[in-house]
Ligand binder design. Sequence first.
Ligand code: C2E
Ligand code: CA
Ligand code: CA
Length: 723
Amino acid sequence: MAKKKVLIYLLTFVVFVGFLTLYTVNVIRTTNTTDEQKILDTIEISEMQIQRNIEYIAKGLQLELSEQKINNEHLFSDFETAAESISEMDAYLLSSEGVLYQPGGVYDQRKVDRQVMRRSDEDGYGVFSISQTKSAVVDVGILIPVSQQPYYFVRVIKAEHFLTRVTENIHVSDKTWALFDEWGNQISTLAESDNKTARIREKAVEYANDPVNNQYQKAGFNQEYSVYFKIPSPEAWFLGNEIKYTNPELSFAGIPEQTMLIFGMLVLMFCVIIALDVINDRDKKKELFRVSNVDHLTKLTNSTGLEEALPEYMHKYPLLGYDFICMDIAAFSRINTMFGYSTGDMVLCTIANVIKERYLCGIRVNADCFAFFVKHSDDVIEMLETSFYDAVEKQMGHEYNQMLVFKFGLYPLTDNKVAWREVYNGAMLALKDAKKQRRKNQVTFDDNLKNDTDLKRNIEINMMHALSKEEFVVYVQPQLGIPKEEGIRGETLIRWQSEFMGFLPPDKFIPIFERNGFVVETDFFMLASALDFLQKQIKTGERPITLAVNQSKVTITFPNYYERLKALVEQYDVPLKYIELEVTESTLENDWEKIVPLIHSLKRLGFSIAMDDFGSGFSSLNTLRILPIDVLKIDRTFLYESDSSDRSKIIINNIIRMSKELNIKVVCEGVETKEQLEFLKEAKCDIIQGYYYSRPIPLEKFAKEYLPQNKSKFFQDRNPEES
Ligand code: C2E
Ligand code: CA
Ligand code: CA
């Protein structure tokens, strides 16, 4: 659950509890007052009744005693009558739920067992200590505050004035008294002393001056409640009035049941709402997971979902002996452009279905890249290819298969503890390598690949200082005109002499620089170096040569490229026709509308433009039609293939012918053998470049060996036709 939501819940709950507490307190207060009043009224009525009845009985008793002339100077000559009267009175009091008490004595065992009356001899204070009851039925009356319930009322009424008439007759003397049971046995005397603790005695003193009559107290929670009152004389009687009071609304901790019920229901409702919300949240999350983690076209897990799916899968299943495969369909966009997107989608779905049915944990990493687990075997790749080709043929016809070229990156699972990210990254790295390979369609991840990754990291770390530390070195590969009069020219090629990583060829770092944008800096460095070199040549009176400088697609499309370029060339006094900017075909693939006018501007500035790697892309002929190029560099793969294929030869022948008609010079790259040279000569290629003549060499060496004044020497020494 979102933090915000929890906070809102909490706040609502606090406010809710606050309101409820206020409400409960209010309810308790109003209930208390009404209950208190009710109890007081009850006590009052009950007392009045008791008094009336006692007076009535007492009168009768007195009458009887006087008639019988009982002499109270003697010890109860007529026990029987006295006892009878007492028990009669007692019976009445009990029946009316009142009890007659006398301080320091025990009158009724049944009642007094939980109310012990004590008396202090020294100071003459009577102390009532009350034991506890847990009953929800509340006894209200004199002496009965019971802890844990708030509604215990104590009222002690001195009954002396209406009992004297009774006690007169049964009184023994001024100093002593006795209490008799119904059979005339003395059950208690004044002599009884008590060992009440000092604390209680203190309390008794404290209460000493309280008016005894109408003393009324209310007990708090969990208190043992004691009532202390002054005994006017040892023979005084006190009316203990015990009224059973039942408050049906009272329940736990004094909170009325109704309130508890409402409270409980609200809490329940609150909990239900939270529970529903949590469930709803979880459902939403699940739905969101489904929408965001599952590819809508193929229903395989997508790139967002793989972060969860892959570790979960690897955790659940023992995949030792399996390969994790990342698979890409080379040039899949061709199917889209040729047959439309719906056909492309169908191919993807067909392949996805095979993955779903036969392999484990299918993932669509991106458009035409899939990942899954498959049991390892020596011919696993052939098996995979066959399964995909068969399915596509069955579903769509064999013509699509010709356009499907699969590239595979494998990560063999030989260790159960390897982290999913390593597996995934490893297979992806292998796939990337496989995509670079022209003759191989599968690469298995190994440590070399991993070292490559480490190297990449080091390259990024070290690149920033490499320029200022002058670690980048300009190499030049000579280009030779055919016939020789065409003269010598060269292509600048960068190298990195790194303090930490040693000597690095460009294919190790240029692709990384292209990804992080640093290639803009190195390209400008190379261009500045070429301009510098030419300026020096011109200054020393030599005839400048043409230098080709590579311009990455990233450089060309970088914001303010043109302005920066212009500002750079303005610092030199070099005719720009000597600089041949090499742009690769792939540069044009996307930002066609921006790049075409840019190339025109570069031409207007005076640069020569060369189309690099011609024939490696798919829009070659269009390029020729649209761009005002001066030079066309036939990709070296053509030359490789021309060794074996007559078709390639025909193509090269015709490219050269066509270029001538378009007034475009042709450079053939990658000439390695005499046969290739012969063929190119015959085809009337203008310029050749390749190991057959020279590998790329440092600029200074190139200047020394190939400068115009040395040209004749070079041809004498290195004429390939003689070598
Ligand atoms: P490229 O522009 O196609 O450069 C030609 C590459 O082919 C050079 O590799 C060169 O050494 C190689 N080569 C030349 N003759 C032969 C041959 O007979 N056989 C074979 N197998 N290869 C031959 P290099 O110098 O390693 O450069 C590789 C790529 O790096 C270049 O391909 C270019 O794309 C990039 N690069 C090099 N320097 C720069 C630069 O300053 N800026 C940019 N943006 N890219 C550069
Ligand atoms: Ca080039
Ligand atoms: Ca090239």
